[in-house]
Design a protein around this ligand. Structure first.
Ligand SMILES: [Zn+2]
Length: 72
């Protein structure tokens, strides 16, 4: 997915930045715990279509993101 496009995308609920989960083809908002699907390379930015992450998954993804940022 286009990095510039990704930088423009924000969560429709909290207007926060999203994290790309390449493996799952999802855009994650760790603040709301929502995962927006990417269908055929097109992000579906609808909270009605978003998957709700469990508290556990939310923490895990937030930690992963933090580690990634440190490494970069
Ligand atoms: Zn959000």
């Amino acid at each position: 997915m286009d990095k510039q496009l990704l930088a423009m995308l924000v969560c429709p609920v909290c207007q926060g930045k999203l994290k790309l989960d390449k493996d799952a083809s999802e855009l994650l908002c760790t603040f709301d715990g929502l995962a927006y699907p990417i269908q055929d390379g097109v992000p579906v930015m609808l909270d009605s279509e978003a998957r709700k992450m469990s508290e556990e998954e939310k923490l895990e993804k937030a930690q992963q993101a933090a580690q990634k940022t440190e490494a970069e």
